[in-house]
Write a protein that binds this ligand. Structure first.
Ligand SMILES: NC(=O)c1ccc[n+]([C@@H]2O[C@H](COP(=O)([O-])OP(=O)(O)OC[C@H]3O[C@@H](n4cnc5c(N)ncnc54)[C@H](O)[C@@H]3O)[C@@H](O)[C@H]2O)c1
Length: 264
């Protein structure tokens, strides 16, 4: 995996100066990289995660690197808690939220004949209802701000089906529909809604499943010859959050190293 390191992106731009941003599932992986990148670009970042311990620890590390990040422990599947935390964020970070990244996920991979009710309920509660609750709560503040950018994490898996991923594919196809529908509904408020569809990104949650031989074979199958890094998804998120993408809404940016083109 070392050859991937040189692909980490470092920003010198400060396109998000004085913006208040919310990133869900920010304790690790792609969410954490997005939180860091937004802070690097000048935003004050509320980092949400269901694990109080992990989000506090991650925020302590990020603050040690001088990032302006603020930890909030919340389950995005709980509507009242999400609305309450969004109000606290506005009060504590000194302004309305104008950027929201819906990144949190609860993902399990089971054959369709074995999917159990508790698992699928939790996946859809976090990954679909959670987006509805955070969007509702953030939009109330974005309307007062006069604009906003909402970014939902989809997946190449909604296009390119993997084994044992029926529930995950359905979940991410649902995110695609939510993104396009809310982009149309919210456009009149100056709020843009877009999605990022990552391919194989080197996070513990994704590469932890595979043995070394499978990992290497999968890397070779990628047109770019490697997995993506969380920081590369953060660069895409920063573009969608910033005014550089001011005429982009309802779009999905495929950030998948080209894998969905070749369909391996
Ligand atoms: N890693 C990949 O290869 C990949 C590929 C395609 C899409 N994605 C998508 O990107 C996003 C991030 O992926 P990742 O690999 O970094 O995930 P991850 O599993 O490493 O991190 C997800 C975070 O969400 C948090 N979370 C779970 N349930 C929550 C809840 N109820 N409330 C708040 N937070 C909760 C977890 O604690 C965790 O910190 C996900 O939406 C995922 O589906 C990832």
């Amino acid at each position: 995996m070392d050859r991937n390191r040189k692909h980490k992106t470092m920003s010198t731009a400060r396109r998000l100066e004085n913006r208040v941003a919310v990133v869900t599932g920010a304790a690790r992986g792609i969410g954490r990289a997005i939180a860091e990148r937004f802070a690097m670009e000048g935003a004050r970042v509320a980092c949400l995660d269901v694990s109080a311990k992990r989000i506090e620890a991650a925020a302590t590390e990020m603050r040690a690197a001088a990032f302006d990040v603020h930890p909030y422990a919340v389950d995005v599947g709980r509507r009242d808690d999400v609305h309450a935390v969004m109000q606290r964020i506005e009060a504590e970070l000194g302004g309305p939220v104008s950027i929201l990244v819906n990144n949190a996920v609860y993902a399990r991979y089971q054959p369709i004949e074995e999917i159990d009710e508790a698992t699928i309920d939790q996946m859809f509660t976090v990954g679909l209802k959670g987006i509805v609750w955070t969007t509702q709560a953030a939009v109330a503040q974005m309307k007062r701000h006069g604009s906003g950018s909402i970014i939902n994490l989809r997946s190449a898996a909604a296009v390119l089906v993997m084994v044992n991923s029926a529930a995950y594919c359905a979940l991410k196809a649902g995110v695609a529909g939510l993104t396009r529908a809310s982009a149309v509904e919210l456009a009149r408020h100056g709020i843009r809604v877009n999605a990022i569809a990552p391919g194989m990104i080197a996070t513990p949650a994704s590469i932890g499943f595979f043995d070394q031989a499978t990992l290497e074979a999968r890397q070779r199958a990628q047109p770019l010859g490697r997995f993506g890094q969380p920081e590369e998804m953060a660069g895409v998120a920063a573009f969608l959050a910033s005014s550089d993408s001011s005429y982009v809404t309802g779009a999905t940016l495929m950030a998948d190293g080209g894998i969905t083109i070749v369909g391996t």
